[in-house]
Design a protein around this ligand. Structure first.
Ligand SMILES: [Cu+2]
Length: 256
């Protein structure tokens, strides 16, 4: 059952928003056309290793107040904290690393496997997801609570849909790149996720150690980007020799 929200926004408002956002051109089904990809020669491909670091004070994370949604709160034995800046030992988690420039003439087939974003305990899992243009993103509602999935992008077409039934799923694909699309739920205002959409298959989200490796990259000159929701975007140029290994260090610094 859908529980009426009590935090200044009514379900009627949300449904009104849903009705307005009917012009979404992002397909709800995977693209049908066959993509003829530019082959990557494994004999010359290399790897780019990226480390994302942070120096300075990390603000203490805020605890979410789930009292307006008892069914959400009941799913957590421990406090749930805002994870918009996860730093451990100076390493940044949940940063998106991707090849931002240098592959414009290449054509890549999107991965066949969907990326799942689950709504469980009124929290998105994962908090930051990354997909390729044309790759499916599957939103799942594992909660007995209703959620609406409300994206406020700058490039891709906005979307906003209600997932009222536990176990329901909805699949989207994107036809443009955007790092990263903010997604939230108007019923539970603490819910926040990002979906990064990249135009090539060379991307990753940093784990707790802040390090990712982009593998099977053709030799060339690239711009590598890093995005983190609180820290912003940084980029560096890199030249990858045939069969080469390049290492890039990105360092964010606290501004306060
Ligand atoms: Cu919700």
């Amino acid at each position: 059952m859908c529980r009426p929200p009590r935090a200044g926004i009514s379900l009627r408002h949300i449904l009104l928003g849903l009705a307005v956002l009917t012009s979404c051109s992002d397909s709800s089904a995977p693209p049908k056309q066959t993509v003829v990809a530019t082959p990557v020669d494994p004999a010359t491909a290399g790897t780019i290793r990226v480390d994302v670091a942070y120096s300075g004070t990390v603000p203490p994370p805020k605890e979410f107040d789930m009292r307006i949604a008892p069914q959400c709160a009941a799913q957590h034995q421990q406090p749930v904290y805002d994870n918009s800046l996860l730093v451990e030992g100076g390493r940044v988690a949940n940063a998106v690393v991707w090849i931002k420039g240098g592959l414009e003439k290449w054509v890549f087939a999107p991965p066949a496997e969907p990326v799942v974003v689950d709504q469980k305990g009124c929290v998105y899992h994962p908090h930051v997801a990354a997909v390729m243009v044309g790759q499916a993103v599957e939103f799942v509602n594992s909660d007995p609570e209703a959620h609406n999935v409300h994206a406020r992008p700058q490039v891709v077409t906005p979307f906003n849909f209600l997932m009222s039934r536990q176990g329901s799923k909805r699949t989207l694909t994107f036809d443009k790149a955007e790092v990263a699309v903010p997604v939230g739920c108007d019923i539970h205002p603490w819910m926040s996720a990002y979906v990064a959409v990249v135009g090539n298959p060379y991307f990753a989200v940093t784990p707790a150690n802040g390090s990712v490796t982009l593998a099977n990259v053709p030799p060339g000159e690239y711009v590598v980007g890093v995005w983190q929701e609180k820290l912003g975007t940084k980029e560096q140029r890199v030249t990858l020799e045939p069969r080469g290994t390049a290492s890039l260090q990105f360092a964010y610094t606290a501004t306060n």
